[in-house]
Design a protein around this ligand. Sequence first.
Ligand code: PMP
Length: 440
Amino acid sequence: MQDRPNRDLSKSNAQFRRAVKRLPLGVSSTFRYWGDDRTVYVHHGKGGRTWDIDGNGYVDYRLGYGPAILGYADDRVDAAARKGMEVGGVFALSTEKELIVADRIAKMVPAAELVRFSNSGTEAVMAALRLARAFTGREEYLLVEGGYHGLFDAAMWMADMEGWTPGSNADPDVVPYGKGIPPTVKKLAHLVPMNDMQRLEDTFRKHGDRLAAMLIEPIQGNCCAIMARVEYVRLARELCDRYGVMLIIDEVKTGFRVGKGGIQGILGVKPDITTFAKAVANGYPIALVAGREDVMRTFRYGGASHGGTYTAHSVSLAAAEECLRILDETPALETLANHGTQLMAGISAILNARGIVHSYSGHPSMFGLFFDAAPPDNYRAWKASDYSFYDRMAHYLHDLGIIVEPDSREPWFMCEAHGLDATCLTDTLAAVERAVDLTL
Ligand code: PMP
């Protein structure tokens, strides 16, 4: 048995005790609270690493849940953002750069015929659903179990696994993500399990004529990177066409990460509407609703409302222009995916040497790690799996200077800077080896 690593968090803990008096849970997003004595306060990040206020350094595979695609404080994007500051922020008027960025997006993602800017993933998905409803004149919509589309009432419904028996053919109850979400909204939402073609057909047969949209993350970025099979997404496309339903592919996490053209480019499936956020501007707040021209033109006076004081902010827009240029014109995405491939191979070598059965899901740029021979292919299967080894290992990894989400639902995210700094790989693998032995 090795000694437990001893990470000093005394300054973070003292900060927590002060912060909790003014900020609920001492944080500004509930998911940042990891316990009274484990909540980390960041001093700064640079490249693929983060340092906390105690001076502990981490190789960071959370990357703010994905946005830092190039790495924290990227000099190229930050220089562009500084120029954007000189423009003046927001004007309640438009700037020329909006078209420049929209043109780049349309070039990278052919389904993004027209583009509207939003500030966050939540806002973009809200706008996408409203757009689908306005275009179709319908209210109901379909969500995939295990998906996450942001913190707004319509998207906050999940399959309740507590009272559900693994392997049962009955559908689990649908429950809200916490309190404050009106049960009335639930009447409009339908949930289907990922990759179950029969269920999908049955659901469309039953409700298809009343559906405005089907929302899907083909790599579930909030559920261990569970992947949709290509036949499943193709069937979704076909059924949406047959029933006049808008297919919304939520690429908030996969967009400009898994490839220049997103997961839709890899699968070869064209959605009616796509949402992007995260990697668009290396962490500056910006998001996009994009899609088919006839659908997008529903954003008009007398059509679907869309706007916002901060949309297309000059700083975020300048950062987006530079970030997308880098992603489009340089090998940044290959560099970060190569790091992911090497990391998976290195972790596998450590686990194989100890006879630990495991598998991966997702893409080398954002992967989920499972302690089972094959990754689950839907949320029900993940819920029924044993993820306790992962959760314990994640705690040791934190203590050893590697930041991953404390539970296995959040994939490991790669950035270009990880790939450019060879010590990220060696430091991570050394820590993984030790964490695995501590967990065993
Ligand atoms: N959709 C997906 C697929 C996401 O992963 C997220 C955020 N994790 C959102 C929407 C919401 O984005 P935001 O947190 O920027 O509101």
